[in-house]
Structures are given as structure tokens and as C-alpha cells.
Design a protein around this ligand. Structure first.
Ligand code: PHE
Length: 462
């Protein structure tokens, strides 16, 4: 019997969905890490860390990741594996009254996926630019990035390419698509990130940046630091949107949920921290500590990294490899986003996967256009003071995700009780962090999430 037949048989026996089981333990961790590690780590984390106070943001993020992020990820994977369903079915199985929560969770990837692909397209643009030798221009021309995103047609073309590649891989199916790509690219990405980070840190003037990034300055702390760190945590670890539920439903019963979660968490946070070392010291080095340079927002990586490559020996080749790897990391994440949407729609409406893929593709392209043009010809149109892409990002990360996480905690902590999750975890190992888990899910997380939600809705000054 070959490997994949084996998986299918075992999957059937354990009640996990057919066709989709991961072939190996490493396969699961890598695929889940592949979903988690993406633009969130490399593009979003550094710009948020820069914007929300440097070291203090990093500290808050790490504390949240090992407590909160851990508890939520364990919960979602367990729910998925226990029910064998993706998010709507899973929440309904747990308690009929929580079906709506499943729908809200399912809506999150629908909002994120299109704009995620827009940024994936930006990465492809920079990959192309470096390949054809335009890296120097991208580094030296201060308006390069803004001219590009303001250009309507070009970002649209790159969006179409990125979303097209994602859709093609999802059409091929989970096993072949995700597992193979993750296994090859993850280790290379880590080595590459370390190399660029080291180079960035030895640039003249980078020391100030390293200090800013590592030493927490409590005067930079505000409630916004926590909100931004929390939203980033959800985003980066692919939480509060049903993704880990879907992945859990593909996971075999003999894999330790606790250990896998720790591994994914370390992996994900490690790469984010490294990406910060890559971007932040370099921004400070090149701008002489100018705060407006640090505060650039979404463009930070695209503006700064080409400058590093411009002064680096062998910068063009490094640039090509770097953007290629970032594109791949983005791709494994966008695949997981699309896969989640497709599996939910296919399960709910009993339509074939292929048809669903095309429907999701079309719909996402339309939404993606909104984000593209929101930086281009509709740049004057804002919602709550935000351009469209930023609004989608804010709405999903700071409003919907805390809401989903809050009700998931209520469901697990008070309705089905934490034993529901604990039993699933203890099927094959002890649950070392059980007490921490209970306290997090029942008390700390709900209170905290409620506060965050209220703050985000009423004081959306982020
Ligand atoms: N976690 C991914 C990242 O860090 C993004 C993502 C968000 C992927 C939501 C899937 C779902 O880039």
C-alpha cells in the first residue's frame, strides 16, 4: 500500500475526512506552518513593530503568542480533529446555537484572501523587477513603490497572476499542492531570512534600529500596542477564522496536538522576529532614525528591503531569491486561505470542488480589484479614514477575529466545557499546559477579547 492509500484508510478509520489526510506528521506541522508563515510574518509584523513602539510591541506580542495564541490554536485544531469538519459544520456539531459563529469565522478568510493576493502580487512585482535588473531603481527612487501601487493596471495584473497560481494549486488538491511546497521551501526561507537579517544588522547605523526593536520602551506603550499585537497574532498564526479547524480535520489521531502547536508557534514567531531584524535596523540605518521612515506602514518592507540589496554585494541575486521565497511563503498561506473557503462552500452547498474553485476565484478577483483601485484611482475614497485594503485588513483583524475568538472561548469554556478539547488532546499524550489552558480559555482570553473588541469598535484610531 502506498503512503497516500495508507493515509486515506486510516483517515476513514479515525473518522477524519477522506482524501485529505496529511501523509506524515511533519507534513501536518509544515503545512500548518506553511499557512501560518507568510506575508503576516515578513511584511506585516515588521511594519507593525515599527509603528507601535518597537521593543514594547515585540514583548507584548511574544507574551500573547505563548499564552493566548497557544490556547486558541490548540482549541481550533482539536475542534477540527474531533468533529472532522470544517468550521461551520464543526461549530454546529458542538452546539447548534453556535452555527452563526461558524459563518462569521468562515467570512474572515473571504475578506482576507483577496487583499492578501493583492500584496502577494506586490511581491511578484518586486521579484520581476529584481529579475530584470531594476532593483537599483526601486531602491533609489523614493516614489517607486507609491507609483506602482497607484498605477491601477500593473498591480491588477500581478494580482491576477498571484491569484491564478493559488487557484491552480488548490485545484490540484491538498496533498500534492500544500505538502510538497511547504517541505521544500520552509527551510530555505529560514536560512535566507537569517542571512539578510545579519546583513541588515551590520549596516552602518543599524545599532540604533536594533535597540529600538529589542529594548522595550514603556513610554511607547498604549492600548493600541496590545490591539495591534493581538490582531497580528490572529493573522500570523491563521487563527480565529476556521483555518486551523479545517487543518485539524485533516490531522491524524496519533499526532500530538500540543507539541505540533508549540512547533508551529515557535516557527511562526521565530520567522516574524527574524523578519523584524531584516527590516527595522535597515530602515533606521538608511533614514538616520527619521521617525516618518519608520512609520511608513504597509509599504515598509517594499521600500526598505530593495535598499539593503542595493548596497549588498550580490544584491541582485539575493533580491531575486528573497522575493521568490517570500512569494512562495505568501503562496502557501494564500493556498490555505482559498482551500478553507473552497472546502466550506463545497461542504455547505454540495457543489463540486472544481466549480467552487472557479466561483471563489471570480468573487475574490472582484474584491481584490477593490483593494487595488483603493490605492489607485479610488484613493480618495476612504472608510473610517482608511483606504480599502487597510479597511479590509482592519475589519477582519481587529473586529471579526476578536469576535470569533471571544465566542469560541465562550463555547469551549462554558458550553461544551474545556474537557471537550482536553480529551481530544489527551488521546495520545498528556496535556502539559492543561491548567494554563483552562485559565486562558475561561477567564483571561474572554475578558481581554471583549475589551479589545469594544476598544476597536469605538476607538478605531489604529
Ligand atoms: N498567517 C498568514 C501569514 O502570516 C496569513 C494568513 C492569514 C493565512 C489567514 C491564512 C489565513 O501571512
Amino acid at each position: 500500500m502506498n503512503n497516500s492509500e495508507n493515509t486515506t484508510t486510516e483517515a476513514k478509520a479515525s473518522g477524519v475526512k477522506e482524501h485529505h489526510g496529511f501523509a506524515s506528521k511533519l507534513g501536518f506541522v509544515l503545512a500548518a506552518a506553511g499557512s501560518a508563515v507568510g506575508l503576516g510574518n515578513i511584511w506585516r509584523f515588521p511594519y507593525l513593530a515599527a509603528k507601535y513602539g518597537g521593543g514594547i510591541f515585540v514583548l507584548v506580542y511574544i507574551i500573547l503568542a505563548v499564552t493566548f495564541g497557544f490556547a486558541l490554536m490548540v482549541t481550533e485544531i482539536s475542534i477540527g480533529r474531533k468533529t472532522g469538519k470544517s468550521v461551520i459544520g464543526a461549530y454546529t456539531d458542538m452546539n447548534k446555537k453556535f452555527t452563526a459563529l461558524g459563518y462569521v469565522a468562515a467570512a474572515v478568510p473571504v475578506i482576507i484572501f483577496p487583499y492578501y493576493c493583492v500584496i502577494g502580487g506586490w511581491v511578484l512585482k518586486y521579484l520581476t523587477v529584481f529579475t530584470i535588473g531594476g532593483g537599483h531603481d526601486a531602491a533609489q527612487n523614493p516614489d517607486y513603490f507609491n507609483n506602482f501601487i497607484g498605477g491601477n493596471i500593473e498591480p491588477l495584473i500581478f494580482l491576477i497572476i498571484f491569484i491564478g497560481i493559488t487557484a491552480a494549486i488548490v485545484l490540484m488538491g491538498v496533498q500534492k499542492g500544500i505538502e510538497k511546497i511547504s517541505k521544500i521551501m520552509m527551510p530555505i526561507l529560514i536560512v535566507m531570512t537569517i542571512a539578510v537579517a545579519i546583513y541588515s544588522c551590520i549596516l552602518p547605523g543599524a545599532v540604533e534600529g536594533i535597540k529600538f526593536y529589542l529594548v522595550p520602551d514603556f513610554s511607547n506603550f498604549s492600548i493600541n500596542t496590545i490591539i495591534a499585537a493581538m490582531g497580528q497574532l490572529f493573522y500570523s498564526m491563521s487563527l480565529a477564522m476556521g483555518i486551523m479547524v479545517t487543518y485539524g480535520s485533516y490531522m491524524k489521531k496519533d499526532i500530538s496536538i500540543e507539541k505540533s502547536t508549540r512547533q508551529i508557534e515557535i516557527f511562526d514567531t521565530g520567522i516574524a522576529l527574524l523578519a523584524g531584524f531584516m527590516v527595522i535596523p535597515a530602515v533606521v540605518a538608511f533614514s538616520g532614525g527619521d521617525p516618518t521612515a519608520i512609520n511608513q506602514g504597509p509599504g515598509l518592507m517594499f521600500v526598505t528591503i530593495p535598499k539593503v540589496f542595493d548596497v549588498m554585494p550580490g544584491g541582485q541575486i539575493t533580491g531575486i531569491v528573497f522575493f521568490l521565497l517570500v512569494a512562495l511563503a505568501a503562496l502557501t498561506s494564500s493556498i490555505s486561505l482559498m482551500e478553507t473557503i473552497v472546502s466550506i462552500v463545497a461542504e455547505k452547498f454540495k457543489i463540486g470542488r472544481k466549480t467552487v474553485c472557479f466561483i471563489v476565484l471570480g468573487f475574490s478577483l472582484v474584491l481584490g480589484c477593490l483593494s487595488v483601485f483603493g490605492y489607485g484611482m479610488w484613493a480618495d475614497f476612504t472608510i473610517m479614514g482608511k483606504q480599502l485594503l487597510d479597511f479590509f485588513d482592519f475589519f477582519s483583524n481587529s473586529i471579526l477575529m476578536p469576535l470569533v475568538a471571544l465566542f469560541t472561548c465562550i463555547l469551549v469554556g462554558y458550553v461544551v466545557k474545556t474537557k471537550y478539547v482536553e480529551d481530544e488532546i489527551m488521546l495520545n499524550s498528556e496535556f502539559k499546559a492543561k491548567h494554563l489552558y483552562r485559565v486562558m480559555v475561561k477567564f483571561v482570553a474572554p475578558v481581554f477579547l471583549l475589551l479589545i473588541f469594544i476598544w476597536s469598535v469605538f476607538m478605531p484610531a489604529l
